[in-house]
Ligand binder design. Sequence first.
Ligand code: NAD
Length: 258
Amino acid sequence: MLDLTGKNALVTGIANNRSIAWGIAQQLHKAGANLGITYLPDEKGKMEKKVEDLVSPLNPSLFLPCNVQNDEQVSQVFSTIQDKWGKLDILIHCLAFASRDDLTGDFSNTSRDGFQLALDISAYSLLSLAKGAKPLMSEGGSIVTLTYLGGVRVVPNYNVMGIAKAALEMNVKYLAAELGPNNIRVNGISAGPIRTLASSAVGGILDMIHHVEEVAPLRRTVTQTEVGNTAAFLCSDLSSGVTGQILYVDAGYEIMGM
Ligand code: NAD
């Protein structure tokens, strides 16, 4: 049975009720996990309020600001977990960012700053969070990140985010190799296109979704809940032999040649 009772889970990347991280948090909660939620702080505190209101039915025992570009905030998250929980079992990395300008048009126009920004937030952040989590996962653990097919194949307009996802997927493998001896598993979920705040920045996202609905074996795209269920599986003992993998939750689209 999928049971996460007694497990402490840190979930990053909830912005609103369309966020994939929101789908994951709900399924982890349903399976009995104790949740810690982080949000991306903004100057007016709007995001904090919005996310806090959304997640309150899940009774998170930690609710913390975390901009992954801010090393101090990242280390504060883990020192709070150390103080309040003592150990961490699950880390959900469900965030990414690239400038809207870099998610449309010619890939060769990507600026150096735009490249660095996308790679820093979307790929390097998995390393910095895993580094903080490692000493706290004293009884083993599971780290799950979110990726997309555009990291292994060319998808129109995905551009620099494809490069970031390629880096992210290799991060999964190198981290899995390093952390395996500590019984910490690291896996990625490659989700099919879903309408969210982040995906709306990718030029032509609706066309991508319609294409998947026509071509994917299941003739539809996937939901946040389906991704959440797979994340819960990857965080549970049911997947105890699985690490370093990218699991496609995309209604089968990835297998199609045409
Ligand atoms: P979303 O906009 O709901 O989530 C993106 C999150 O990233 C937001 O919560 C945002 O606050 C956070 N974020 C951005 N910059 C940050 C920073 N500097 N520090 C901390 N957090 C930051 O969109 P989503 O689609 O749910 O995206 C979640 C993950 O799923 C991303 O990695 C995305 O690439 C991936 N993904 C999305 C799709 C899709 O079609 N929506 C498909 C496959 C993979």
